[in-house]
Design a protein around this ligand. Sequence first.
Ligand SMILES: Nc1nc2c(ncn2[C@@H]2O[C@H](COP(=O)(O)OP(=O)(O)OP(=O)(O)O)[C@@H](O)[C@H]2O)c(=O)[nH]1
Length: 318
Amino acid sequence: MENKIGVTLITGFLGAGKTTFLNNLIEKYPNTKFAVIENEFGEVGIDGGLVVDKQEDIFELSNGCICCNLNGELRDILRKLLQCENKIDHLLIETTGIAEPSAVAAAFVGDPGIASIFEINATVGLVDAKNFVQSLSDHEVALKQVAFSDILFLTKCDLATEDEIKSAALQAKLINPAAFVERIYNGEKVENDILSLNSYNANKVEERTSFIQHHHEHQHGDVVSYSFTFEGGVDPVKLEMWLSVLLQLQYEVIYRFKGIFNIKGETNKVIVQGVRNESKIVIGNPWKPSEDKLNRIVVIGKGIKKEAIERKIKSILR
Ligand SMILES: Nc1nc2c(ncn2[C@@H]2O[C@H](COP(=O)(O)OP(=O)(O)OP(=O)(O)O)[C@@H](O)[C@H]2O)c(=O)[nH]1
């Protein structure tokens, strides 16, 4: 696991500040050898030329949107990357402003060849503090980007009023209660150690879902975020069946799924992350004797029904 190349996805709506953030990141870690994949929606790639020159390997996908039709090309680039003489430490992917990051992440989770070498570290979401509320109402993809992010930065806070920033932060938290929300002024570097977020690591998932004490519900239009706990040992076969049906049939309306499960007969926590129609399952820490073996899940999606999920949950308990 430790030897895998970490991958940071940088998402955010058009003009949110992705390239600025990426450049800052490259400069912040002078001793890290990055490879950068720039995806642009247009025939002529420009962003690649805007990436700071630090002898990084920069690849451009300018033929369409990475999340729709470039998985083949993405694979080719990843293959090329591995053949490069210089070993890379970390891969940064800047998606287009209209891309769904979950689709890109799914390529890293669902393809065994890719997953054996690369490991998604985190999805960083950039949100233009001034324009976010408007983008949300006009473009569903802006919401999906926020729902899928592990950490969110409200950018261009220097251009927004305090009320606009607070309102953007509130909307972001309503959509994704598990994500950290930070601010960026004047396109400055952030203090957070972005390369160490390890958001898909079992301990980190546990940390980020510890806010769920009982049932929480947030609503943004017809997009809801349910986070709840339930008691009892889960049947692994039934859980797997439920997840595969849920993710196969509903991945277009489920923007994010994370869960910590108490599997019957298993002494460790089992962490499940839904990434589009794929699920990533890892074994977490052992349950402590003093701990209540509570299952915890967060589901963010469109038009999903709490009762239906609760009914399903009952059916996967042994
Ligand atoms: N004032 C201000 N300007 C910023 C900030 N962050 C980025 N910008 C500017 O906003 C513009 C867009 O920034 P980019 O980093 O290119 O945004 P992007 O998300 O990569 O844009 P697309 O690739 O077109 O979607 C640039 O002119 C940046 O210099 C910020 O925090 N404050």
